[in-house]
Design a protein around this ligand. Sequence first.
Ligand SMILES: Cc1cc2nc3c(=O)[nH]c(=O)nc-3n(C[C@H](O)[C@H](O)[C@H](O)COP(=O)(O)O)c2cc1C
Length: 170
Amino acid sequence: MIYSSTDGHTKTICEKILNELGDLSQAKLVSLNDAFDLELSDYSQIIIGASIRYGKHSRDLYKFINFNKKLLEQKKGIFFSVNVVARKKEKNTPETNPYIKKFLKISKWKPNKIGVFAGRVDYPSYRLFDKYIIKFIMFITNGPTDTSKSYEFTDWLKVEEFAKELKLAR
Ligand SMILES: Cc1cc2nc3c(=O)[nH]c(=O)nc-3n(C[C@H](O)[C@H](O)[C@H](O)COP(=O)(O)O)c2cc1C
């Protein structure tokens, strides 16, 4: 399981999924950075989780996928995205989330299964510039704007459900 994350929330979601899968001993959780050094063919399943920052998944994510596309297709790789747009009901499925659509278009990879989860806004930990940009985005999208607080939008039951479906598909 590979995570592309800036503030750690995608990693936390990965840990939750692994916990649900109940095979922590066999699974390996690595950052995207470290994943470049892995021998992917040694693994039976590959799951990639990636967060959005300023409208984009990381450039390295696309590099990694491009480099390993054949293997990801052979191994029936799985992908999920973490973003705060997904806190909105009408944008929280792979079919309706704009970042998933963009991801599929750019990566030209067809994951065997796709997930999308709402992330977290942790105002106090952001540097000033990010804090006010996020506050502005939240303001125009009717989200919370109190910069002294953190907001977790993740539906953990949905994450559990995703993990259960992965289990069933094995
Ligand atoms: C600087 C910054 C920019 C962000 N830009 C977006 C964005 O454009 N769209 C969105 O839906 N979420 C955006 N987010 C929300 C993140 O996707 C969310 O905080 C997520 O939980 C981050 O996951 P991570 O901790 O794994 O990096 C942004 C967050 C930060 C801090």
